[in-house]
Ligand binder design. Sequence first.
Ligand code: PMV
Length: 320
Amino acid sequence: MSTTATAIAHPNIALVKYWGKRDAALNLPATGSLSLTLDVYRTRTILTWGAPRDRVVLGGTEASAADAARVLHFLDRVDGDRPPCEVVSENNFPTAAGLASSSSAFAALALAAVAASGQQRSLEEIAVLARRGSGSATRSLWGGWVIWPRGERPDGTDSHGAPLAPEDHWDVRLVVGLVSAGPKPVGSTVGMVHTERTSPLYAGWVESAEADLLVGRQAVVDRDLRALGEIMEHSAYKMHATMLAARPHIRYWRPETIRALEAVESLRKAGVPAYATMDAGPNVKVLCDTADAPAVAEALRGAVGDATILAPGGPAHLLP
Ligand code: PMV
């Protein structure tokens, strides 16, 4: 017998960042993080539980051996005795370019796998499962503003995304300045482990993260763009400083990244509250008021060529 489930999940962008693991095997973070789930961008995953053979199709083509192994290994965690499965997944945005495609990918996969296998699991349990695939995925089960606490338990059952405020809590925009749609040179897990091992700034990064999270959380609750913007830029620059201090260094930025960051500072000098963040890639994402988003997009287009305005998005869900 075979069962098929289709799940949709949106990527999220961290405003207070996760970079570093307290347990690599369980994928437990060294620090808590805060994110915003986005609309428009999405992963759609169709999973057939009980297929003629294991098969993974990503973006319309047969997955590479490494990608297929990562997906199938994830399904083994859902059920160690599972039947062969077929996974057909596609994104409507650039994959693996620091636009958080792994967050929506593993959130959609976890949701589809639990539904197709007929298991009864709470959303929190699905978020713990998603975390094993990719840490940031644990935040994409929810819409809007999401906290992922570090957690205390060694087994990680208390380390998963949790809703802070829904997508309609605060009408802001995240404008993505697209420097490159190509894959990133260093994957996030490799980059994190290397940073932990070799960056002398790593201890300070971990030690100062909890305070950033508290400030960020309160700023979201208060809808205080200046307070959130200030802490989100600080968290992003501090994360990149920590990895720049690794040996050898990890640098995701390109000349256009700096141009975009300068454009954001010019906007602020001109009185437009706009704040930047960068992930494991060269792209720059800018948080601003909805009314200012067209001006922010215009400035980013001047700096990097391409910009997209995104609003807060909803939770991951199953299609009927
Ligand atoms: O969980 P991963 O492997 O997608 O790593 C996420 C790393 C950052 O995007 C840089 C930060 C974050 O909190 O999302």
